[in-house]
Design a protein around this ligand. Structure first.
Ligand code: C2E
Ligand code: MG
Ligand code: MG
Ligand code: MG
Length: 281
């Protein structure tokens, strides 16, 4: 009967949920241990300035070197970390390591900017600004060689504090990017109020920009709007020359994507910087 079927379904569904939340708790515990054991690593992906054809920046992207499962991508564990205080600890490690790398690259005469992703709870963490400053001081980095990436949601919610924090961070010398632009909130009013330097057009708009008229229209409009607001535009997820040509023709400022390089370990990233400079000389 229908009633029995429903009961079975409810039973199945509850078991599934229990299993899922069990896996999450397991993962959370593993994450806690992994932080203590230092199993995380920052990978770096170049961001290329189209006006000068140089690598001007690198986005730091976290990876988990799991002793059994191998390299785990952030989409798997960042959402779990964000559900607890773990994201604060992990986020602090990212900031510290990014500053250390910025210093190291500058010593190697590759004084490029390092941009790091911040989770919403990090932005709301009262400790963030002081922690950031302490890392900058410790590694003697020029704050202008650092950038933070936040998503639109962060900029819309709890507006007053975000405004204060971003202003402090920017006064200190860092730049601010809006990550995954176009996928979050429909309200654009924050763009004229908040201290922002870059919009990063989400990969979902870039993917078909060479062939899809709607994506062409959206990307053109975003670039036009950004420039009128004195913001610069970075296109994420550039994989083909056709996409690149469209972005160049439409005055996009910089690009990031597999066409140039996947995110790579620091060692490989330094090789890449050396090659890029040598081929240009
Ligand atoms: P995101 O900040 O939007 O980073 C860009 C993502 O797009 C990266 O995925 C990058 O590997 C990927 N990507 C870049 N170019 C291409 C391309 O041409 N094609 C394709 N298919 N993908 C491309 P990744 O490294 O897996 O990171 C995923 C997300 O995890 C990031 O998205 C960011 O939201 C989050 N994340 C990464 N590292 C951190 C971190 O240190 N802290 C926090 N809070 N979040 C992080
Ligand atoms: Mg990002
Ligand atoms: Mg993004
Ligand atoms: Mg993204």
């Amino acid at each position: 009967t229908n009633k029995n079927k429903r009961q079975m379904w409810v039973q199945f569904y509850t078991d599934e949920m229990k299993a899922a939340s069990h896996r999450e708790i397991e993962l959370e515990n593993e994450l806690r241990l992994a932080i203590m054991n230092g199993e995380f690593e920052l990978y770096f992906q170049p961001i290329i300035d189209l006006a000068t054809d140089t690598i001007v920046k690198a986005e730091a992207l976290i990876r988990w070197n799991h002793p059994e499962k191998g390299v785990i991508n952030p989409d798997v564990f960042i959402p779990i970390a964000e559900k607890s205080e773990l994201i604060i600890t992990l986020g602090k490690w990212v900031i510290s390591r990014a500053c250390q790398v910025a210093r190291q690259l500058c010593d190697l005469k590759h004084c490029i900017k390092i941009s790091m992703n911040l989770s919403p709870s990090q932005v709301y963490d009262e400790d963030l600004y002081n922690y950031l400053c302490s890392c900058v001081t410790k590694y003697e980095v020029d704050p202008q060689k650092l950038e933070i990436e936040v998503t639109e949601g962060v900029l819309v919610e709890s507006y007053t504090n975000t405004d204060l924090l971003l202003n402090k961070i920017r006064d200190y010398g860092l730049t601010v990017s809006v990550d995954d632009f176009g996928t979050g909130y429909s309200s654009l009013s924050y763009l004229k109020k908040l201290p922002i330097d870059y919009l990063k057009i989400d990969r979902s708009f870039v993917q078909d920009v060479a062939t899809d008229d709607n994506d062409k229209a959206i990307v053109k409009a975003v670039i036009g709007m950004a420039h009128n607001l004195n913001l610069k535009v970075i296109a994420e997820g550039v994989e083909t020359n056709e996409q690149l040509n469209f972005l160049v023709d439409n005055h996009c400022n910089s690009v990031q994507g597999y066409l140039f390089s996947k995110p790579v370990k620091l060692e490989s990233f330094i090789d890449l910087l050396n090659d890029y400079t040598t081929t240009k000389e």
